[in-house]
Design a protein around this ligand. Structure first.
Ligand SMILES: [Fe+2]
Length: 227
């Protein structure tokens, strides 16, 4: 899938939990970053090689193992640690998520680049803006690239990320979704999981049809979420 002339946007479904990894970059220079590399690092790197892309870094939406690798229950998911064994690349995580990513993946602090909301990363000629959207985890972040939003587990087309997990905060999620509701209607929402009938949607449609996006006051949110 590509949207604008210069922008590379590759949406790759990966692993048994319907995760989406993404490659975002510049068609002119073929430089890309990978978002949420997990489950099959070899497969992702082959995808990069087959298209003659040049991988410049990895961006992590949040510290859950299905997005960045690590273990949960009896499952071990490969992720940024396996990526670093193959390529010395910067791994970008929100300042409030760095410790969590370290703990879950086992990578060292020096492998991680801490970013704040509003920071920008330039890949080729493409600007990627980091948006801190806490709620699902304390340092969850979304990425805004031209008219797209890569939303991790903060916002799905028909829902939002769970807020009943360790580190979750329901009120933070409400505030993050209100912030995302301010994005232009033509923004293309690219979520962290393939949980809906379609793999992407406009923010305008999402605002109209997603029950979580339709709540605009905290009192109603708390009644719906039981918080
Ligand atoms: Fe998650």
């Amino acid at each position: 899938m590509s949207q604008l002339d210069q922008l590379i946007v590759e949406q790759i479904q990966i692993g048994p939990m319907q995760n989406f990894a993404y490659l975002i970059g510049d068609k002119a220079t073929r430089e890309v970053v990978v978002i949420d590399p997990a489950w099959d690092i070899e497969g992702l790197l082959n995808f990069v090689d087959e298209r003659d892309y040049i991988l410049k870094g990895a961006l992590v939406t949040h510290y859950h193992p299905d997005h960045c690798g690590g273990s949960f229950g009896h499952n071990v998911v490969e992720g940024v640690a396996a990526l670093l064994e193959r390529h010395a690349l910067p791994i970008y995580a929100n300042e409030h998520e760095v410790a969590g990513v370290q703990k879950v993946t086992g990578v060292s602090k020096t492998d991680l680049k801490s970013v704040s909301s509003g920071d920008k990363l330039t890949v080729g000629d493409i600007d990627i803006e980091f948006l801190h959207t806490p709620g699902h985890t304390p340092g969850s972040q979304c990425f805004r690239v031209k008219h797209t939003l890569i939303s991790g587990d903060t916002l799905f087309i028909d829902g939002c990320g769970r807020v009943d997990l360790p580190g979750s905060n329901s009120e933070d999620m409400f505030n993050s979704l209100r912030k995302l509701a301010e994005l232009p209607d033509e923004t293309i929402l690219l979520p962290g999981h393939n949980y809906s009938a379609v793999a992407h949607a406009t923010m305008g449609d999402t605002k109209r049809t997603n029950a979580y996006m339709r709540i605009n006051n905290l009192e109603s949110w708390k009644m719906m979420m039981g918080g």
